[in-house]
Design a protein around this ligand. Sequence first.
Ligand code: CAA
Length: 380
Amino acid sequence: MNFEYTEEQLMAQQSARDFAQRELILDVIERDTKAEFPTQHVKKLAELGFLGMLVDPKYDGTGMDTISYVLAMEEISKVDSSVAVIMSVNNSLVCYGLEKYGTEEQKEKYLKPLALGEKIGAFLLSEPEAGSDATMQRTMAVDKGDYYLVNGTKNWITNGNSASTYIVIVQTDPEKGHKGINALIIDRHAEGISLGPHEDKMGMRSSDTHSVMFTDVKVPKEDRIGEDGFGFKFAMKTLEGGRLGIAAQALGLASGAYELALKYSQERKAFGKEIIHHQAIAFKLADMATEIEAARFLCLKAAWLKDNDKPYGTASAMAKLYCAEMAMKVTTEAVQIFGGYGYVKEYHVERLMRDAKLTQIYEGTSEIQKIVISRAIMDK
Ligand code: CAA
């Protein structure tokens, strides 16, 4: 077993760290307060090749491996999880699905601009009444011969406004249940699409989250991904990679909060010594460091499996479950170590704690990950 990163992986990590620590940090508090989309930073993500990290260079991606992706996600999430989720959705939920299951024409037309970061993508699965219970899709796509007519509403869509390309999960034949579900590529500016207001979220405030309404939207048949009825499996397969991206994000939130708390505890004095020399604080930091390391190995294992074309869905669910729960705990402890300072925006840890909460919810709640993992255990 080799625990060393390659040159390429270290370069991806360093480049993400430089970007986060030199650029994202400068206006992250302001963007969080104003819930402002990070337009300039997304352009920089594109320049750095981070929006199509996993895509083959023949489709204009950077062609890096999943371990590099985990390392870069961690560094960016240490500072700004809103930027990280834009990157995660584009890479894992949109580019991955198109590259793996799209036709050559779809890759030429849709994947290339997404991999270059000229366009941003969004993945539209959740609905007002289909969150965890994802087979209950009510957005209908009626087969009209050479096109589908789409009607319905999608909820909680990350990049809902900023995306140009949507991948939309729709029901085409309710009698067939999940076997009647399809995945369609839809232009965000197609006639008949309207958006709900920007959601005023507790955390990840500068990523844009909207509901999206479809009213008689015409989608050509050639924009369906895969065979008729493949949509649910497509969504599940795509989420396997998505969950690993969110696991890496949670890892970054935790390690960012830990690094800040460690530094603070070495500077802040109480009862005549730096607080790190009080066992109550030192033991907290010991637990935080250990759990972060365990979480990192779960992410790297899932990434390694993916890079080696081995099944990785269960490993990815385990990584997401553990990292999200760990991130909530570690960021909360970081706020505790900072005391009153931790509760104000200036010291960053309260934002990391608010952001961490979402990693327990989106791309499958912690409870959903336990369903995925327990079913895999039973199948064995
Ligand atoms: N790969 C391939 N096929 C899969 C699969 C996988 N990983 N998981 C399930 N399937 C298949 C099953 O084999 C089954 O097919 P067959 O009938 O042919 O065998 C079919 O899918 C249905 O599966 P289940 O019977 O297991 O379905 P279920 O109703 O019990 O639900 C679930 C399974 C795992 C709970 C699923 O509903 C789920 O993942 N729910 C959570 C949804 C979710 O993660 N939403 C996140 C929204 S996206 C988001 O947050 C993005 C963002 O903006 C950040």
